[in-house]
Design a protein around this ligand. Sequence first.
Ligand code: CS2
Length: 489
Amino acid sequence: MRLSRAALPHLARNVVRPGHDPAALRTGIVHLGAGAFHRAHLASYTDTVLARDLRWGILGASLRHADVRDALVPQDCLYALALRGGTDHAPRVIGAHTGLVVAPEDPASLVARMAAPEVAIVSLTVTEKGYCRVAGGDLDMAHPDIAADLAAARSGSAKTPRSVPGFLAAALAARRRADIPAFTVLSCDNLPHNGAALRRVVSQFATLMDPDLGAWIAEAVAFPSAMVDRIVPATTASDRVEISTALGAEDAWPVVAEPFTQWVLEDRFPLGRPAWEEAGATLAADVRPWEEMKLRLLNGSHSAIAYLGQLAGWETVAEAIAEPALASMVAALMTEVAPTLSMPAGVDVAGYGRAVLARFANPALKHRTAQIAADGSQKLPQRLLAPARVLLASGCVPKRIALALAAFIRFCQGRADDGSALALSDPEAAALRARASHAGTSAERVRAVLVLPALGAADLVQDERFVAAVAGALEALAEGGVRAALAPA
Ligand code: CS2
Protein backbone atom coordinates (compact mmCIF):
# COMPACT_ATOMS: atom_id res chain seq x y z
CA MET A 1 0.00 0.00 0.00
CA ARG A 2 1.34 3.44 -0.93
CA LEU A 3 0.86 6.35 1.46
CA SER A 4 -2.07 8.52 0.28
CA ARG A 5 -5.17 10.21 1.64
CA ALA A 6 -7.13 7.03 1.08
CA ALA A 7 -4.51 5.07 3.05
CA LEU A 8 -4.66 7.32 6.14
CA PRO A 9 -7.25 5.24 8.02
CA HIS A 10 -5.27 2.07 7.36
CA LEU A 11 -1.86 3.13 8.65
CA ALA A 12 -0.29 1.59 11.75
CA ARG A 13 -2.27 2.54 14.83
CA ASN A 14 0.31 4.77 16.50
CA VAL A 15 0.92 6.97 13.43
CA VAL A 16 0.03 10.61 14.07
CA ARG A 17 -2.23 11.80 11.27
CA PRO A 18 -3.06 15.36 10.16
CA GLY A 19 -5.67 16.99 12.39
CA HIS A 20 -7.44 18.37 9.31
CA ASP A 21 -8.64 17.02 6.01
CA PRO A 22 -5.75 17.60 3.57
CA ALA A 23 -8.19 17.50 0.64
CA ALA A 24 -9.99 20.56 2.03
CA LEU A 25 -6.93 22.85 2.11
CA ARG A 26 -6.62 26.05 0.14
CA THR A 27 -3.27 27.54 -0.84
CA GLY A 28 -2.25 30.53 1.28
CA ILE A 29 1.50 29.89 1.09
CA VAL A 30 3.84 29.22 -1.81
CA HIS A 31 7.15 27.82 -0.66
CA LEU A 32 10.26 27.95 -2.84
CA GLY A 33 12.73 25.13 -2.10
CA ALA A 34 10.59 22.18 -1.01
CA GLY A 35 13.50 20.14 0.35
CA ALA A 36 13.87 18.11 3.52
CA PHE A 37 14.46 21.10 5.80
CA HIS A 38 11.26 22.82 4.72
CA ARG A 39 9.31 19.58 5.05
CA ALA A 40 10.54 19.07 8.62
CA HIS A 41 10.27 22.71 9.71
CA LEU A 42 7.83 25.27 8.25
CA ALA A 43 5.56 22.53 6.89
CA SER A 44 5.46 20.81 10.27
CA TYR A 45 4.62 24.02 12.19
CA THR A 46 1.94 24.81 9.60
CA ASP A 47 0.50 21.30 9.67
CA THR A 48 0.02 21.57 13.43
CA VAL A 49 -2.26 24.59 13.11
CA LEU A 50 -4.07 23.90 9.84
CA ALA A 51 -7.13 22.46 11.59
CA ARG A 52 -7.88 25.99 12.84
CA ASP A 53 -7.73 27.55 9.42
CA LEU A 54 -7.66 25.63 6.17
CA ARG A 55 -6.53 28.67 4.20
CA TRP A 56 -2.88 28.02 4.92
CA GLY A 57 -2.09 25.03 2.75
CA ILE A 58 1.30 25.17 1.02
CA LEU A 59 2.16 24.85 -2.64
CA GLY A 60 5.77 23.65 -2.62
CA ALA A 61 8.06 24.43 -5.54
CA SER A 62 11.41 22.81 -6.25
CA LEU A 63 13.75 25.15 -8.05
CA ARG A 64 15.79 22.50 -9.83
CA HIS A 65 14.89 18.87 -9.56
CA ALA A 66 11.71 16.90 -10.10
CA ASP A 67 12.50 14.26 -7.46
CA VAL A 68 10.38 15.62 -4.57
CA ARG A 69 7.37 16.19 -6.83
CA ASP A 70 7.78 12.77 -8.43
CA ALA A 71 8.00 11.06 -5.05
CA LEU A 72 5.18 12.90 -3.28
CA VAL A 73 2.48 13.76 -5.83
CA PRO A 74 1.56 10.07 -6.28
CA GLN A 75 0.97 9.98 -2.51
CA ASP A 76 -1.23 13.12 -2.41
CA CYS A 77 1.75 15.20 -1.19
CA LEU A 78 1.69 13.36 2.14
CA TYR A 79 4.91 12.16 3.76
CA ALA A 80 6.11 11.05 7.16
CA LEU A 81 8.24 13.04 9.56
CA ALA A 82 10.28 10.70 11.75
CA LEU A 83 11.99 12.19 14.80
CA ARG A 84 15.16 10.45 15.95
CA GLY A 85 16.73 10.62 19.37
CA GLY A 86 15.71 10.48 23.01
CA THR A 87 12.52 8.55 23.60
CA ASP A 88 10.59 6.73 20.88
CA HIS A 89 8.62 8.94 18.56
CA ALA A 90 5.66 7.71 16.56
CA PRO A 91 5.92 8.65 12.88
CA ARG A 92 3.76 11.60 11.94
CA VAL A 93 2.15 12.19 8.58
CA ILE A 94 2.38 15.78 7.42
CA GLY A 95 -0.49 16.90 5.22
CA ALA A 96 0.27 20.57 4.70
CA HIS A 97 0.86 20.65 0.94
CA THR A 98 -1.79 21.32 -1.67
CA GLY A 99 0.62 20.60 -4.47
CA LEU A 100 4.26 20.27 -5.46
CA VAL A 101 5.66 21.70 -8.66
CA VAL A 102 9.02 21.92 -10.42
CA ALA A 103 9.79 25.54 -11.24
CA PRO A 104 11.88 25.07 -14.40
CA GLU A 105 9.19 22.88 -16.01
CA ASP A 106 6.71 25.74 -16.09
CA PRO A 107 8.05 28.94 -14.56
CA ALA A 108 5.17 31.06 -15.87
CA SER A 109 2.58 28.99 -14.06
CA LEU A 110 4.55 29.19 -10.82
CA VAL A 111 4.66 32.99 -11.17
CA ALA A 112 0.90 32.95 -11.76
CA ARG A 113 0.35 30.78 -8.67
CA MET A 114 2.45 33.19 -6.58
CA ALA A 115 0.39 36.08 -7.91
CA ALA A 116 -2.96 34.49 -7.00
CA PRO A 117 -4.89 36.68 -4.52
CA GLU A 118 -5.33 33.84 -1.99
CA VAL A 119 -1.54 33.55 -1.59
CA ALA A 120 -0.53 35.70 1.38
CA ILE A 121 2.99 34.42 1.99
CA VAL A 122 5.85 33.26 -0.19
CA SER A 123 8.36 31.49 2.00
CA LEU A 124 11.79 30.20 1.05
CA THR A 125 14.46 27.68 1.90
CA VAL A 126 16.75 27.99 -1.09
CA THR A 127 20.09 27.79 0.78
CA GLU A 128 22.64 30.57 0.91
CA LYS A 129 23.51 30.34 -2.77
CA GLY A 130 19.88 30.80 -3.85
CA TYR A 131 20.08 34.48 -2.89
CA CYS A 132 22.51 35.19 -5.77
CA ARG A 133 24.47 37.74 -3.74
CA VAL A 134 28.04 38.91 -3.84
CA ALA A 135 29.92 39.25 -0.54
CA GLY A 136 28.54 42.34 1.13
CA GLY A 137 25.03 41.48 0.04
CA ASP A 138 24.44 43.14 -3.33
CA LEU A 139 22.80 41.23 -6.18
CA ASP A 140 25.35 39.20 -8.14
CA MET A 141 24.88 40.61 -11.62
CA ALA A 142 27.37 38.11 -13.03
CA HIS A 143 25.37 35.12 -11.77
CA PRO A 144 24.25 33.22 -14.90
CA ASP A 145 20.63 32.90 -13.71
CA ILE A 146 20.44 36.59 -12.83
CA ALA A 147 22.00 37.61 -16.15
CA ALA A 148 19.53 35.38 -18.01
CA ASP A 149 16.54 36.65 -16.02
CA LEU A 150 17.51 40.27 -16.53
CA ALA A 151 18.02 39.76 -20.26
CA ALA A 152 14.59 38.11 -20.47
CA ALA A 153 12.96 40.87 -18.41
CA ARG A 154 14.45 43.53 -20.69
CA SER A 155 13.12 41.80 -23.76
CA GLY A 156 9.67 41.74 -22.21
CA SER A 157 9.49 38.09 -21.09
CA ALA A 158 9.95 38.40 -17.33
CA LYS A 159 7.40 35.67 -16.75
CA THR A 160 9.76 32.73 -17.09
CA PRO A 161 12.45 33.36 -14.48
CA ARG A 162 15.07 30.95 -13.21
CA SER A 163 16.50 32.72 -10.18
CA VAL A 164 14.87 33.31 -6.81
CA PRO A 165 15.03 37.12 -7.10
CA GLY A 166 13.61 36.71 -10.63
CA PHE A 167 10.61 34.67 -9.43
CA LEU A 168 9.85 37.03 -6.57
CA ALA A 169 10.15 40.16 -8.69
CA ALA A 170 8.03 38.70 -11.50
CA ALA A 171 5.26 37.60 -9.12
CA LEU A 172 5.28 40.88 -7.20
CA ALA A 173 5.16 42.80 -10.50
CA ALA A 174 2.15 40.75 -11.60
CA ARG A 175 0.36 41.49 -8.33
CA ARG A 176 1.12 45.16 -8.55
CA ARG A 177 -0.21 45.31 -12.11
CA ALA A 178 -3.40 43.53 -11.07
CA ASP A 179 -3.78 45.66 -7.96
CA ILE A 180 -3.45 42.67 -5.64
CA PRO A 181 -1.67 43.47 -2.38
CA ALA A 182 1.86 42.14 -2.08
CA PHE A 183 2.44 38.80 -0.37
CA THR A 184 4.81 38.68 2.58
CA VAL A 185 8.22 37.23 1.68
CA LEU A 186 9.49 34.95 4.43
CA SER A 187 13.10 33.81 4.28
CA CYS A 188 13.88 30.63 6.22
CA ASP A 189 17.55 30.32 5.29
CA ASN A 190 20.62 30.50 7.50
CA LEU A 191 21.68 34.03 6.61
CA PRO A 192 22.04 36.95 8.99
CA HIS A 193 19.08 39.34 8.73
CA ASN A 194 17.69 37.05 6.09
CA GLY A 195 14.59 39.16 5.43
CA ALA A 196 16.58 42.32 4.82
CA ALA A 197 19.14 40.35 2.78
CA LEU A 198 16.40 39.06 0.53
CA ARG A 199 14.69 42.42 0.21
CA ARG A 200 17.96 43.89 -0.97
CA VAL A 201 18.52 41.44 -3.83
CA VAL A 202 14.87 41.34 -4.89
CA SER A 203 14.50 45.11 -4.94
CA GLN A 204 17.82 45.51 -6.77
CA PHE A 205 16.73 42.98 -9.34
CA ALA A 206 13.32 44.63 -9.71
CA THR A 207 14.87 48.09 -10.06
CA LEU A 208 16.75 46.85 -13.10
CA MET A 209 13.42 45.67 -14.57
CA ASP A 210 11.53 48.80 -13.60
CA PRO A 211 12.70 51.42 -11.07
CA ASP A 212 9.15 52.02 -9.78
CA LEU A 213 8.73 48.34 -9.10
CA GLY A 214 12.04 48.28 -7.23
CA ALA A 215 11.07 51.24 -5.07
CA TRP A 216 7.66 49.69 -4.32
CA ILE A 217 9.25 46.38 -3.29
CA ALA A 218 11.76 48.12 -1.06
CA GLU A 219 9.08 50.14 0.68
CA ALA A 220 5.77 48.32 0.53
CA VAL A 221 6.63 44.62 0.71
CA ALA A 222 7.19 42.95 4.09
CA PHE A 223 10.29 40.76 4.37
CA PRO A 224 10.30 39.60 8.00
CA SER A 225 13.53 37.99 9.21
CA ALA A 226 13.53 34.61 10.89
CA MET A 227 15.89 32.32 12.75
CA VAL A 228 15.21 28.70 11.85
CA ASP A 229 16.66 25.66 13.57
CA ARG A 230 16.27 21.93 13.23
CA ILE A 231 18.87 19.39 12.22
CA VAL A 232 17.54 17.51 9.20
CA PRO A 233 19.97 15.02 7.66
CA ALA A 234 19.35 13.81 4.12
CA THR A 235 16.96 10.84 4.05
CA THR A 236 18.73 7.55 3.31
CA ALA A 237 17.47 4.41 1.57
CA SER A 238 17.33 2.60 4.90
CA ASP A 239 15.30 5.46 6.45
CA ARG A 240 12.75 4.96 3.67
CA VAL A 241 12.43 1.26 4.36
CA GLU A 242 12.33 1.67 8.13
CA ILE A 243 9.76 4.48 8.09
CA SER A 244 7.54 2.77 5.53
CA THR A 245 7.51 -0.31 7.77
CA ALA A 246 6.57 1.77 10.81
CA LEU A 247 3.81 3.53 8.85
CA GLY A 248 2.38 0.39 7.37
CA ALA A 249 2.49 2.04 3.93
CA GLU A 250 5.20 2.87 1.45
CA ASP A 251 6.45 6.44 1.67
CA ALA A 252 8.75 7.29 -1.24
CA TRP A 253 10.33 10.22 0.57
CA PRO A 254 9.91 10.61 4.31
CA VAL A 255 12.01 13.11 6.26
CA VAL A 256 14.10 12.42 9.34
CA ALA A 257 14.87 15.09 11.93
CA GLU A 258 15.96 15.62 15.49
CA PRO A 259 13.18 16.25 18.06
CA PHE A 260 14.46 19.79 18.75
CA THR A 261 13.00 22.57 16.65
CA GLN A 262 13.06 26.34 16.93
CA TRP A 263 11.69 29.21 14.90
CA VAL A 264 11.93 32.84 15.94
CA LEU A 265 10.37 35.27 13.52
CA GLU A 266 9.40 38.89 13.18
CA ASP A 267 5.66 39.37 13.18
CA ARG A 268 5.22 41.39 9.99
CA PHE A 269 2.58 39.70 7.85
CA PRO A 270 0.25 42.33 6.35
CA LEU A 271 -1.97 39.69 4.72
CA GLY A 272 -2.05 37.45 7.80
CA ARG A 273 -0.32 34.20 8.68
CA PRO A 274 -1.01 30.84 10.28
CA ALA A 275 -1.04 30.83 14.10
CA TRP A 276 2.47 29.37 14.13
CA GLU A 277 3.00 30.44 17.73
CA GLU A 278 0.48 27.78 18.69
CA ALA A 279 2.83 25.22 17.21
CA GLY A 280 5.77 26.57 19.23
CA ALA A 281 7.18 29.40 17.09
CA THR A 282 8.35 32.54 18.89
CA LEU A 283 7.43 35.97 17.56
CA ALA A 284 10.07 38.57 18.35
CA ALA A 285 10.47 42.25 17.65
CA ASP A 286 14.14 41.74 16.79
CA VAL A 287 15.49 38.40 15.65
CA ARG A 288 19.10 39.51 15.20
CA PRO A 289 20.36 38.25 18.55
CA TRP A 290 18.73 34.87 17.82
CA GLU A 291 20.17 34.65 14.33
CA GLU A 292 23.69 35.53 15.39
CA MET A 293 23.61 33.16 18.32
CA LYS A 294 22.48 30.30 16.13
CA LEU A 295 24.69 31.04 13.13
CA ARG A 296 27.86 31.48 15.17
CA LEU A 297 27.39 28.86 17.88
CA LEU A 298 25.52 26.11 16.07
CA ASN A 299 26.30 26.59 12.40
CA GLY A 300 29.87 27.81 13.01
CA SER A 301 30.56 24.71 15.10
CA HIS A 302 28.88 22.56 12.50
CA SER A 303 31.20 23.84 9.79
CA ALA A 304 34.25 23.31 12.01
CA ILE A 305 33.12 19.73 12.71
CA ALA A 306 32.39 19.16 9.03
CA TYR A 307 35.88 20.13 7.78
CA LEU A 308 37.83 18.56 10.63
CA GLY A 309 35.59 15.50 10.37
CA GLN A 310 36.05 15.17 6.63
CA LEU A 311 39.83 15.33 7.03
CA ALA A 312 39.90 12.86 9.92
CA GLY A 313 37.44 10.41 8.33
CA TRP A 314 34.57 10.99 10.76
CA GLU A 315 31.52 10.49 8.63
CA THR A 316 28.80 11.85 10.85
CA VAL A 317 28.58 14.70 13.35
CA ALA A 318 27.77 12.26 16.17
CA GLU A 319 30.84 10.16 15.33
CA ALA A 320 33.04 13.26 15.27
CA ILE A 321 31.76 14.75 18.50
CA ALA A 322 32.26 11.42 20.25
CA GLU A 323 36.00 12.13 19.91
CA PRO A 324 36.85 13.91 23.17
CA ALA A 325 39.50 16.12 21.56
CA LEU A 326 37.06 17.38 18.96
CA ALA A 327 34.31 17.90 21.53
CA SER A 328 36.70 20.06 23.58
CA MET A 329 37.76 22.01 20.51
CA VAL A 330 34.11 22.75 19.65
CA ALA A 331 33.32 23.77 23.23
CA ALA A 332 36.38 26.07 23.12
CA LEU A 333 35.24 27.49 19.78
CA MET A 334 31.90 28.39 21.33
CA THR A 335 33.62 30.03 24.29
CA GLU A 336 35.85 31.96 21.89
CA VAL A 337 32.87 33.22 19.87
CA ALA A 338 30.58 33.96 22.84
CA PRO A 339 31.89 37.51 23.48
CA THR A 340 30.82 38.51 19.95
CA LEU A 341 27.16 37.82 20.74
CA SER A 342 24.50 39.91 22.36
CA MET A 343 22.39 37.02 23.54
CA PRO A 344 18.58 37.12 23.40
CA ALA A 345 17.04 38.03 26.75
CA GLY A 346 16.72 35.01 28.98
CA VAL A 347 19.10 32.79 27.00
CA ASP A 348 22.35 31.83 28.64
CA VAL A 349 25.26 31.36 26.27
CA ALA A 350 26.87 28.48 28.13
CA GLY A 351 23.56 26.64 28.46
CA TYR A 352 22.79 27.16 24.78
CA GLY A 353 26.22 25.82 23.85
CA ARG A 354 25.79 22.73 26.02
CA ALA A 355 22.40 22.05 24.47
CA VAL A 356 23.88 22.35 20.97
CA LEU A 357 26.66 19.89 21.87
CA ALA A 358 24.07 17.44 23.19
CA ARG A 359 22.12 17.76 19.93
CA PHE A 360 25.28 17.10 17.92
CA ALA A 361 25.91 13.98 19.99
CA ASN A 362 22.50 12.47 19.06
CA PRO A 363 23.63 9.04 17.81
CA ALA A 364 20.30 8.31 16.12
CA LEU A 365 20.88 11.12 13.65
CA LYS A 366 23.23 10.19 10.84
CA HIS A 367 24.08 13.75 9.86
CA ARG A 368 26.90 13.47 7.38
CA THR A 369 29.86 15.81 7.69
CA ALA A 370 30.03 15.80 3.87
CA GLN A 371 26.55 17.34 3.70
CA ILE A 372 27.51 20.22 6.01
CA ALA A 373 30.88 20.70 4.28
CA ALA A 374 29.14 21.67 1.03
CA ASP A 375 28.97 25.33 -0.02
CA GLY A 376 31.56 26.62 2.45
CA SER A 377 32.13 29.72 0.34
CA GLN A 378 28.52 30.69 1.05
CA LYS A 379 28.44 29.68 4.71
CA LEU A 380 31.75 30.70 6.26
CA PRO A 381 31.32 34.49 6.03
CA GLN A 382 28.47 34.56 8.58
CA ARG A 383 29.50 31.49 10.57
CA LEU A 384 33.24 32.02 11.16
CA LEU A 385 34.54 35.13 9.44
CA ALA A 386 32.08 37.58 10.99
CA PRO A 387 32.92 36.58 14.58
CA ALA A 388 36.64 36.51 13.67
CA ARG A 389 36.34 40.12 12.51
CA VAL A 390 34.76 41.18 15.80
CA LEU A 391 37.35 39.36 17.87
CA LEU A 392 40.30 40.71 15.89
CA ALA A 393 38.96 44.24 16.27
CA SER A 394 38.97 43.74 20.02
CA GLY A 395 42.59 42.62 19.90
CA CYS A 396 42.02 38.91 20.31
CA VAL A 397 43.31 36.31 17.83
CA PRO A 398 40.64 33.58 17.53
CA LYS A 399 42.68 30.38 17.51
CA ARG A 400 39.78 27.95 17.14
CA ILE A 401 38.25 29.87 14.27
CA ALA A 402 41.73 29.84 12.72
CA LEU A 403 41.87 26.05 13.07
CA ALA A 404 38.40 25.65 11.53
CA LEU A 405 39.41 27.84 8.59
CA ALA A 406 42.64 25.92 8.16
CA ALA A 407 40.59 22.70 8.05
CA PHE A 408 38.40 24.28 5.38
CA ILE A 409 41.46 25.23 3.31
CA ARG A 410 42.95 21.77 3.64
CA PHE A 411 39.57 20.25 2.77
CA CYS A 412 39.56 22.38 -0.39
CA GLN A 413 42.96 20.90 -1.29
CA GLY A 414 41.04 17.65 -1.74
CA ARG A 415 42.80 15.05 0.41
CA ALA A 416 41.86 13.58 3.78
CA ASP A 417 44.50 12.79 6.40
CA ASP A 418 44.68 9.21 5.12
CA GLY A 419 45.25 10.45 1.56
CA SER A 420 41.79 9.60 0.27
CA ALA A 421 40.15 12.05 -2.14
CA LEU A 422 37.52 14.49 -0.81
CA ALA A 423 34.78 15.83 -3.06
CA LEU A 424 34.29 19.59 -3.05
CA SER A 425 30.72 20.70 -3.65
CA ASP A 426 30.65 24.49 -3.81
CA PRO A 427 29.70 27.09 -6.41
CA GLU A 428 33.31 28.34 -6.04
CA ALA A 429 34.84 24.83 -6.16
CA ALA A 430 37.32 25.47 -8.96
CA ALA A 431 38.62 28.75 -7.51
CA LEU A 432 38.81 27.32 -4.00
CA ARG A 433 40.75 24.26 -5.10
CA ALA A 434 43.20 26.33 -7.14
CA ARG A 435 43.77 28.89 -4.37
CA ALA A 436 44.04 26.33 -1.57
CA SER A 437 46.66 24.41 -3.53
CA HIS A 438 48.53 27.52 -4.61
CA ALA A 439 52.30 27.04 -4.61
CA GLY A 440 54.17 29.02 -1.95
CA THR A 441 54.06 29.33 1.80
CA SER A 442 51.05 28.41 3.90
CA ALA A 443 50.51 32.09 4.67
CA GLU A 444 50.31 32.77 0.95
CA ARG A 445 47.76 29.99 0.52
CA VAL A 446 45.69 31.34 3.41
CA ARG A 447 45.69 34.78 1.85
CA ALA A 448 44.85 33.42 -1.59
CA VAL A 449 41.77 31.64 -0.23
CA LEU A 450 40.58 34.41 2.05
CA VAL A 451 40.72 37.06 -0.65
CA LEU A 452 38.34 35.04 -2.81
CA PRO A 453 35.61 37.65 -3.43
CA ALA A 454 32.80 35.28 -2.34
CA LEU A 455 34.29 35.08 1.15
CA GLY A 456 34.48 38.85 1.52
CA ALA A 457 37.46 38.55 3.86
CA ALA A 458 40.03 40.74 2.13
CA ASP A 459 40.08 42.92 5.27
CA LEU A 460 40.99 39.96 7.47
CA VAL A 461 44.15 39.15 5.53
CA GLN A 462 45.47 42.58 6.48
CA ASP A 463 45.78 41.22 9.98
CA GLU A 464 49.14 39.46 10.16
CA ARG A 465 48.34 37.81 13.47
CA PHE A 466 45.27 36.19 12.01
CA VAL A 467 46.98 35.03 8.82
CA ALA A 468 49.78 33.57 10.95
CA ALA A 469 47.28 31.74 13.17
CA VAL A 470 45.47 30.17 10.20
CA ALA A 471 48.75 29.36 8.46
CA GLY A 472 50.15 27.78 11.63
CA ALA A 473 47.04 25.61 11.97
CA LEU A 474 47.27 24.65 8.30
CA GLU A 475 50.87 23.52 8.81
CA ALA A 476 49.91 21.54 11.91
CA LEU A 477 47.14 19.80 9.95
CA ALA A 478 49.51 19.04 7.08
CA GLU A 479 52.18 17.66 9.40
CA GLY A 480 50.22 15.51 11.81
CA GLY A 481 46.62 15.47 10.61
CA VAL A 482 43.54 16.44 12.59
CA ARG A 483 44.25 14.19 15.56
CA ALA A 484 47.65 15.77 16.22
CA ALA A 485 46.34 19.29 15.59
CA LEU A 486 43.62 18.74 18.18
CA ALA A 487 45.94 17.27 20.80
CA PRO A 488 46.44 19.61 23.76
CA ALA A 489 49.68 21.60 23.39
C1 CS2 B 1 24.10 22.84 8.69
C2 CS2 B 1 22.66 23.31 8.81
O1 CS2 B 1 24.28 21.94 6.52
C3 CS2 B 1 24.61 22.87 7.27
O2 CS2 B 1 25.34 23.76 6.88
O3 CS2 B 1 24.92 23.60 9.51
O4 CS2 B 1 21.86 22.78 7.82
C4 CS2 B 1 22.09 22.99 10.21
O5 CS2 B 1 21.91 21.61 10.37
C5 CS2 B 1 20.78 23.70 10.45
O6 CS2 B 1 20.95 25.06 10.24
C6 CS2 B 1 20.26 23.41 11.84
O7 CS2 B 1 19.22 24.26 12.11
